[in-house]
Design a binder for this molecule. Sequence first.
Ligand code: TYD
Length: 203
Amino acid sequence: MSEKKLIVFEGIDGCGKSTQIDMLAKALRARGRRVQVTAEPTATDTGKMLREALSGKVRRTPYEMAALFTLDRIVHNVAPDGIEVMLHAGADVLSDRYYYSSLAYQGSLCDYDWVKDMNVRCPAIRRPDLCIFLDIPPKEALERIGRRGEAKEIYEKEETLTLFRATFLRVFETLGDRVAVIDASGTPEEVAARVLAAVEMVL
Ligand code: TYD
């Protein structure tokens, strides 16, 4: 198994995804692999519309959010600097969030099957080789978010994050994708070792 991999990181807000993505990218590069790091929402026009809604500046319904996130994900796959191009150019791709976030967040707030079908049945949205779910209690996640000192986004409340975490775990049971649920409460190094062990299974 030597072809390039799409590995996506998921978790509730404040779970430590960015730190772990950086650490995994370094570990894979140290083994001579080419790695590209990418994220959703993207930096494109759809990504900008999503950020305005996430900050609360523009109000949107969960249905609008679900459709926008899906469009943003299609762009993320097919853009000239998107996931497909990066994989074909010989890099492993690590994405900060992917369709599991739509299923857990928007799927909790509007018709779940509609959100799921739009994403997993879309031929322009690639199925990842592995999803790393960084699992952390919502209380601890909110403490981390609080320490960042940034303005809170619309979903960053304890009851909302508790609901999303439960939906994530249900999504993983039913979807049949390859998912590693990682305990993300330790030190960054401890968590990174768990992540690397899971990734080694698919390389
Ligand atoms: P971001 O500020 O990037 O948060 P994080 O660093 O935690 O990833 O904002 C992403 C927010 O958008 C986060 O609250 C999760 C949410 N989101 C969805 O609701 N649905 C989606 O499909 C995606 C990709 C993200």
